[in-house]
Design a protein around this ligand. Sequence first.
Ligand code: CA
Length: 229
Amino acid sequence: MSKILIIEDEEAIADLERDYLELSGFSVDIEYDGEKGLETALTKDYDLFILDLMLPGIDGFEICRRIRDQKNTPIIMVSAKKDDIDKIRGLGFGADDYMTKPFSPSELVARVKAHLAQYERLIASRGPKNHVIEIRGLKIDTTARRVWVNGVETQFTTKEFDLLTFLAENPNHVFSKDELFRKIWNMETIGDIATVTVHIKKIREKIEFDTAKPQYIETIWGVGYRFRV
Ligand code: CA
C-alpha cells in the first residue's frame, strides 16, 4: 500500500484529501504545520507528498527544497493562489506537479496515481544496484566483478578477485593462510597454502603503491593477513 503524507494547515482540506485518498486504497498521514511536516517527511518513508505552499512555521518552498536535498519522492504542491503556482513553476522548485485550490478531490487522486505509477517505472528502470566496496583508492564492484585502483580499472584472475573481495569485506579481521585457503579454494582439508602467499603477492602488485609497505593487505607475522581500512 502506497503511503502519502499531506502537509496542510487547513484541516478541512487536509481531511477531505485524506478521505478520498484512503477510499482509493492509500495510507495517509497528515501534518498541520511546516516544522512537523518537514521533520516527518525527512524521517519517515513515504511514496508521495502533498504539500501546501503557505504554512505556519516553515513554508512549502523551503520544505520542498529540503525534501529534494535528500529524496526523489514525488511532490505535488498545492496553493490557493494561482500566481504563486505560476511563480514556483517558473523557479523550478523540484515539485513534480502543482495544483491550484480549490480542486476536485478526484482530480487529486488521479494525479497521485499518475505520479506514483511514473515513479515506480523510474525506480524499476534503474534496476538493482551493484554492491560496491570503496576503500581509499580501491573500488571493488562485487556484482560486476570489476576493480579500479586509483580510478584505473585493473584485471584480476578469478581467485585473486575472490581473495581480495573476501578480505575487503571482512576488514580488521586477521585470517590465517589456512583459513583463506579453505574459504577461497573451497577445500575441506589443508592444501597447498603457499598458493595463498602467491596470490596475495600478485594482488599487492596490483593494488599497493609500495608492496614493501602495504596499505591495504597487511601481513601479521606468524598469523596471516588483515585488510586495513
Ligand atoms: Ca495553507
